[in-house]
Design a binder for this molecule. Structure first.
Ligand code: PLP
Length: 361
């Protein structure tokens, strides 16, 4: 029997929400979640595991993450006086930003389609989410954004740059117009920075209402869960009050410190992925019945017409390949799928399998 206290106690927005679905990927070639397909050379793994032995797991972790803070300031060449905070993935940082909003300023905006967590977390927190549709070619509809900003006065605007799932990075001038028009915060989410090789970091200097978010997930440490938020200390010190004091465990801190010192390894992997992305894009666009979009991230969005995305997705799984099906996610994503750039062998297998599915339909 269903306990009716559940529906009385849990808020309607949570009851109505669909849980973020993570598909079972065991035994499959995993090209659905923008992970880096490469691991580390054996000697680096040994060095890393030696570092981990320093962890004092009987103690709470360093709540201020002081070592990581100073290592990142150097490694990322952060503008002077930039404050930073860390999240258990950037998902947690998005949640913290939304949790901080004043009850009277509860509109959250993002162009759509974009990263689903902006909408999902906003609605679970009973905030008003305004999604402004992109143009059909997935470029930013600047007039619509500006009109919507003037009308709804959003407290926060999230911009994924490059955007997920479309892979493009919106025009920088348009983003600055949005920042100028915004009555509140603009969060530039640079999750795919390593693959775009450009940043809006300089906006932190120029505009007091900008925060910049990054993650180590796409660069090669999805299992670590480390998101970073940068900006003026006026904002960061308020948001940091909502962060649970020990949200980043000791093993994660040690691992992050270690990898920041070896960041060139991940940067070389990102370079390989960028090269393979271009090859994958060329090959995909040449398959009859496929429309692919150029990407500045580590994935490619593409559309299939016959058979539709649902069928292609299912057939790929039957042949042990998991990609992301975006059918139904947004009207602009009709029959669209998203494939993460894998190793050259994985990409090759994906292309030949897709080709044979399309040929046999
Ligand atoms: C634009 C964007 N931001 C943030 C995230 C979440 O990253 P993390 O693994 O740091 O929570 C994703 C993940 O797909 C993303 O696409």
């Amino acid at each position: 029997m269903i306990d009716d206290r559940v529906s009385k106690i849990i808020k309607p927005a949570v009851l109505a929400a669909k849980a973020y679905h993570v598909p079972d990927s065991s035994g499959l070639i995993k090209l659905d979640a923008m992970e880096n397909p490469y691991s580390w050379p054996e000697e680096i793994k040994i060095e890393w595991s030696q570092q981990l032995q320093q962890a004092e797991l009987n103690r709470y972790p360093d709540a201020s993450l002081s070592e990581l803070r100073s290592k990142l300031t150097q490694a990322l060449n952060l503008p002077e006086k930039t404050a930073m905070m860390f999240g258990n993935g950037s998902d947690e940082l998005i949640q913290i930003i939304l949790m901080a909003l004043n009850k009277t300023s509860n509109v959250v905006m993002a162009p759509e389609p974009s990263f689903v967590m902006y909408r999902l977390l906003s609605s679970m927190m009973e905030l008003d989410f305004v999604g402004v549709p992109l143009n059909e070619d997935f470029s930013l509809n600047l007039p619509a954004m500006l009109e919507s900003i003037a009308k709804t006065r959003p407290a926060v605007i999230f911009i994924a740059w490059p955007n997920n799932p479309t892979g493009n990075a919106f025009e920088q001038d348009s983003l600055e117009e949005i920042i100028n028009a915004a009555p509140g915060l603009v969060v530039i989410d640079e999750a795919y920075h390593a693959f775009a090789q450009k940043s809006m970091m300089s906006c932190l200097h120029k505009y007091p209402n900008v925060l910049l978010m990054r993650t180590l997930s796409k660069l090669g440490l999805a299992g670590l869960r480390l998101g970073m938020l940068f900006g003026a200390s006026e904002w960061i010190s308020e948001l940091d009050k909502l962060r649970l004091p020990y949200n980043i465990g000791s093993l994660n801190q040690l691992s992050a410190n270690f990898i920041v010192q070896n960041i060139s390894l991940l940067e070389q992997q990102a370079e390989r992925i960028r090269d393979d992305r271009e090859k994958l894009y060329d090959r995909l666009s040449n398959i009859a019945g496929v429309e692919a979009w150029k990407s500045e991230a580590n994935f490619i969005l593409f559309r299939v017409s016959n058979p539709g995305a649902d069928k292609v997705h299912k057939e790929l799984i039957k042949q042990n390949i998991l990609i992301k099906n975006l059918q139904g996610a947004h009207p602009l994503l009709e029959n669209c799928l998203r494939v993460t750039v894998g190793t050259p062998e994985e990409n090759e297998l994906f292309l030949s399998t897709l080709n044979s599915i399309l040929l046999s339909s």
